[in-house]
Design a binder for this molecule. Structure first.
Ligand code: BGC
Length: 735
């Protein structure tokens, strides 16, 4: 099929293009070629047997790269782009035109069932990594689908519930990541989610699909529905939806044509939808040019390398005067835990990939370690076996070795797309096992595998060393072994806070919601913003991650300019091996006129240094990321005043702070009868003009008899109603 012409489409063609030809393909009509869409995001999931979007049927083998939960821990946009490019090549080779990802919903609550498919609790980290990933995939000539637009932060009731979010958190937290990816990387498609936002289905929400996405952000691609998300096709097309999936939908096609005929749907909207799908088909056809071969082994190596970059060293204490990790060459190691033999490396549901091969952690460790490596299961995840006997065997093995490495975590059936978790505990038998092993073996290392955050307080204090692998894809086993033996120096950083307890999390009382309403009551204070605002202790903070070397971060300098604030620091590798540190910038505006997080991640940069090497690094904290959304003006505002820039290596390990004056915009709202006296008096010119009218009320003494400051008491009165309180009236009027 050659690329289409720009000819107008007949209403029938436009309607047919507006819904799929099958579960995974689009129609070939009106000059548009048919093409495949496939999940995604962390591997190509091309189903050739019976189709489903629940991960039930098998798919063609494809490299299973680290899911977003793991890849986010790299804090490395270049790596995200490299993985994206490899995914693009695989999609291309399998004849897939659009890969259904990335998922950039914010991890509002650790119980979110699909958190493994999302990047972070933070929109700047999410948006930066996802934009790089999109550039990587699309650079290979394959489209992406930015999902699930928007407010789809819970699985519970996801096809009906409304995410009720105030405008500032919606803009500043939840839409921010989408906005960045659209503006920086122009994904070929955006996927309209299942849910409603503030009472209206996203798939029929013209404010989101047309005003914000296309109007404000300049999105030029096609809007695709999530599979089965469209409740009313005519309303959806009118709102800005271009492609309903899956298909076919002949009745819906006919309904669209009839609606145009009856004047209930604008003919231009139907044309727009069809043309957008045809343009998308043209891009896919153009992208198909060139060789489409995949180096399967090379991609497995990349999956391993990427996974290793994502491992977070949570803790590494000294025992007997030396850090427990990396493992001492020649030491005897007792490997314990089912996940060392049957690794958990991806999540369940529509993103589930059939891997090309899977590295087994205990085998990989045996390949790399010079000492004896024994293995016992210690526990099972399916309840089979005698838990006491398995534990006793593990404790004996741990006691007989010089080091114990215990692989714990969540089993696939404990977390998945489609439902949320109800708690964040590790299985009790695993906690029991860890505590007993640690009691007999002072050098106990924990290795964690999980899609959603788990509470670590019950184990964090009993073991001296911990690695967090989250979900790392098919190379997890090799990656973990490389970090354990020190072939790779860990550099990952947490992309989510690990709270002390579930009761501390921002949305604790409002997640997931009930009666089909999900109230985002924590407002702006999502993730690390919440723990800092409430001064709560955490087990491990957002951004945390150690290394086998050490770094100094010194000499912070900040300057403000047209584009934002530039922060420069010098990073020095003060240890004895090469390593990577991620410099994180958190910004607060202490004198802000509006509510703001105490500080929030505004930028970051990674730097790799040889032992003893020192290098200055700069981070631009862009105007957009420093601004807040003004709900009255309906636009972003960069506030003038003093900004506090903190530079650190986690949200709680801040190494330097500097203040900088930013020349922002003094907001002046139009004065109306609804303007309050307080708002008016805050403006010096207006205050001078109205002071005489207020007469005695304007003096601080006026309320003395009432035991109050009259001006402050009256600050909330709209000026249109001041007369009722005597302002500006003459004595004659009063008598
Ligand atoms: C998921 C999407 C996925 C689609 C197709 C839906 O259930 O929410 O993320 O891309 O199915 O499998």
């Amino acid at each position: 099929m050659t690329a289409s012409t720009g000819d107008p489409l007949s209403p029938e063609e436009a309607a047919a293009l507006g819904s799929g030809a099958s579960f995974w393909t689009t129609e070939e009509t009106g000059g548009a070629a048919s093409f495949w869409l496939a999940d995604g995001p962390h591997g190509v999931r091309k189903q050739v047997g019976s189709p489903d979007h629940l991960g039930l049927s098998a798919s063609e083998p494809a490299t299973c790269f680290p899911p977003a939960v793991g890849l986010a821990q790299s804090w490395d946009p270049e790596l995200a782009a490299e993985v994206g490019a490899a995914l693009g090549r695989e999609a291309h080779a399998q004849g897939v035109g659009v890969l259904l990802g990335p998922g950039v919903n914010i991890k509002r609550d650790p119980r979110g069932g699909r958190n493994f498919e999302y990047w972070s609790e933070d929109p700047v980290l999410t948006g930066t990594l996802a934009a790089a990933w999109v550039r990587g995939v699309q650079g290979a000539g394959v489209g992406t689908s930015l999902k699930h637009f928007a407010g789809n932060e819970a699985e519970h009731d996801r096809m009906r519930a409304s995410s009720d979010v105030d405008e500032r958190p919606l803009r500043e937290v939840y839409l921010r990541a989408f906005q960045r990816v659209v503006e920086e990387a122009q994904p070929w498609t955006v996927m309209a989610g299942y849910n409603k936002v503030n009472g209206e289905y996203v798939s029929a929400n013209s404010w989101l699909l047309t005003d914000v996405l296309r109007g404000e952000w300049g999105f030029t691609g096609a809007v695709v529905s999530d599979w089965g998300a469209v409740a009313d096709r005519v309303a959806a097309v009118a709102a800005g939806l271009d492609l309903q999936m899956p298909g076919p939908d002949p009745d819906g096609d006919a309904a669209l044509v009839a609606a145009v005929g009856a004047g209930r749907l604008d003919a231009d909207a139907l044309q727009r939808g069809g043309r957008k799908v045809r343009e998308l088909a043209d891009r896919v056809v153009a992208g198909r040019r060139g060789a489409a071969t995949v180096d399967v082994d090379g991609h497995h190596e990349l999956a391993r390398r990427a996974a290793a970059r994502c491992v977070v060293l949570l803790r590494n204490d000294l025992v007997g005067g030396a850090p427990v990790l990396p493992l001492a060459p020649g030491a005897s190691i007792a490997v314990i835990g089912e996940f060392a033999e049957l690794p958990r490396f991806q999540g369940g549901g529509s993103s589930h990939v059939t891997p090309t091969q899977v590295d087994v952690p205990v085998e990989q460790l045996r390949d790399r370690h010079t000492g004896d490596v024994s293995f016992v299961r210690g526990f099972t995840t399916d309840g089979s076996g005698d838990a006491d006997a398995l534990r006793a065997e593990a404790v004996a093995a741990a006691g007989a070795a010089q080091v114990a490495v215990v692989f714990v975590g969540l089993a696939a059936r404990q977390e998945s797309e489609g439902f949320d978790r109800v708690h964040i505990e590790l299985p009790a038998d695993q906690v029991h096992l860890v505590r007993e092993v640690a009691a007999v073996q002072p050098r106990t290392v924990l290795v964690l595998s999980h899609g959603g955050v788990v509470r670590l307080a019950p184990v964090a204090d009993v073991v001296p060393a911990m690695l967090d692998g989250a979900l790392l894809g098919q190379g997890a086993g090799a990656a973990l072994a490389d970090v354990l033996v020190g072939a790779v120096n860990p550099a990952g950083k947490l992309a989510e806070t690990v709270p002390l307890q579930l009761q501390d999390v921002p949305a604790y009382l409002d997640f997931p919601g009930e009666f089909s309403r999900h109230r985002y009551s924590e407002g702006l204070h999502v993730g690390h913003r919440w723990y800092d605002a409430r001064n709560l202790g955490v087990t491990f903070p957002f951004g945390h991650g150690l290394s086998y070397t050490t770094f100094d971060v010194t000499g912070l300098e900040v300057t403000a300019g047209e584009e934002g604030i530039t922060a420069t620091v010098t990073v020095t590798n003060t240890g004895d091996r090469a390593g990577r540190e991620v410099v994180q910038c958190y910004v607060g505006v202490p004198g802000s006129a509006v509510q703001r997080p105490v500080r929030e991640l505004t930028g970051f940069v990674g730097v790799t240094l040889e032992p003893g090497e020192r290098r200055p690094v700069s981070v631009l904290l862009g105007r957009g990321d420093l601004s807040y959304w003004h709900p009255v003006l309906q636009r972003w505002v960069l506030e003038p005043g003093e900004y506090e820039v903190h530079v650190g290596v986690s949200s709680r390990d801040l190494r330097a702070t500097a203040l900088v004056e930013v020349r922002g915009e003094e907001v002046r709202l139009p004065v109306s009868e609804e303007t309050t006296l307080g708002e008016l008096m805050a403006d010096p010119e207006a205050a001078a003009a109205v002071a005489p009218m207020l007469g005695a009320l304007g003096s601080g003494d006026a309320g003395a008899g009432l035991g109050t400051d009259m001006v402050r008491m009256m600050a909330s009165i709209p000026i249109g109603r001041l007369r009722a309180f005597g302002a500006g009236r003459t004595a004659a009027e009063d008598s």
